[in-house]
Design a protein around this ligand. Structure first.
Ligand code: PDD
Length: 284
């Protein structure tokens, strides 16, 4: 079955699903995106993802081209046409098609909307989560508004590739003070020796992950010790555990901390599995 994508009003086989070469997303990375997890045919945390999408658009001054309800219908239709049960929905909205000029295009330029759906082998992710994965650290050389989920991801792409070339699965960005900001496509967490779960406050130096927000709620509901504060690579190396979260990694993934300089540390012990049911219930 060939995959079907939504592009500016039409559902098309992927091969025919194209955008104009003067789309500002293509030429300037002038757009935003969301990745939503789909489990058992349900979009997890849809409301929060669409709220974050709206915020990203507002921050960049791009008008939301349709109602949230209309966008939700398109997401459902993409799932239906792709027979998606478990996987991800990708949404992208750019400032639209216009003659190349750095300034904003004339009023009336329609934002471009693309929605795709893809199956994911969550069992593979869960195996990875159980086994743990290796990370590297890289200097955080990104712009100062990475809280906006923009499609401008070149430093993230380079960081992920650097990780892969070193046999790791993720790269943690480290700021000038030695604090971990986040992963190239995930948020970063540690559990201290004293059992406190720690993650950085969601400032402009990182993306406020939806999975992160939900997990904080789960942690608080369970009365676990929790602190939102920056942590260093050294603290992560000495921590009891470290893990990451993203829409494609609902379950906690362990990491082996590999610094840019240092050797692989010990494998860390498996955590309690995160409560996927609790997350799904929240989304319903
Ligand atoms: N990435 N930080 C960055 C830089 C991310 O790209 C992501 C998600 C996250 C976690 O956010 P959430 O929990 O809302 O997925 C944090 C998606 C999955 C991606 O780009 O594919």
């Amino acid at each position: 079955m060939s995959r079907i994508a939504y592009v500016n009003g039409r559902y098309l086989p992927l091969r025919q699903a194209t955008v104009h070469i003067e789309d500002r997303g293509y030429q300037f990375s002038d757009g935003v995106y969301e990745v939503c997890e789909v489990r058992d045919g349900y979009v997890i945390d849809q409301r929060r993802h669409l709220a974050r999408l709206q915020r990203s658009l507002d921050e960049l001054g791009i008008a939301m081209p349709m109602s949230e309800t209309a966008l939700a219908i398109i997401m459902r239709e993409c799932m239906r046409r792709n027979r998606l049960h478990d996987g991800i929905i990708y949404l992208q909205i750019t400032r639209g098609v216009a003659r190349r000029d750095h300034g904003f295009p004339p009023p009336g330029t329609h934002p471009s909307v693309v929605v795709t759906a893809r199956s994911i082998d969550f069992a593979g992710n869960e195996r990875t989560a159980a086994e743990g994965l290796a990370i590297i650290t890289v200097p955080d050389n990104r712009w100062q508004r990475v809280d906006i989920k923009s499609i401008s991801l070149l430093p993230n792409v380079l960081a992920k590739q650097a990780a892969r070339e070193r046999g790791a699965k993720e790269a943690w960005f480290v700021d000038q003070d030695g604090h971990v900001t986040e992963g190239s496509s995930s948020n970063a967490w540690i559990v201290t020796k004293g059992g406190k779960v720690v993650t950085r406050p969601a400032d402009n130096a990182m993306l406020r992950g939806i999975t992160r927000t939900v997990l904080i709620e789960v942690i608080e509901a369970h009365g676990l010790q929790f602190e939102e504060r920056p942590f260093t690579v050294e603290e992560a190396q000495g921590a009891r555990e470290a893990f990451l979260t993203s829409a494609t990694f609902t379950a906690i993934a362990l990491v082996l901390a590999v610094t840019a300089l240092g050797p692989v540390r010990r494998p860390l012990t498996a955590p309690e599995p995160v409560e996927v049911e609790a997350l799904a219930a929240e989304a319903a």
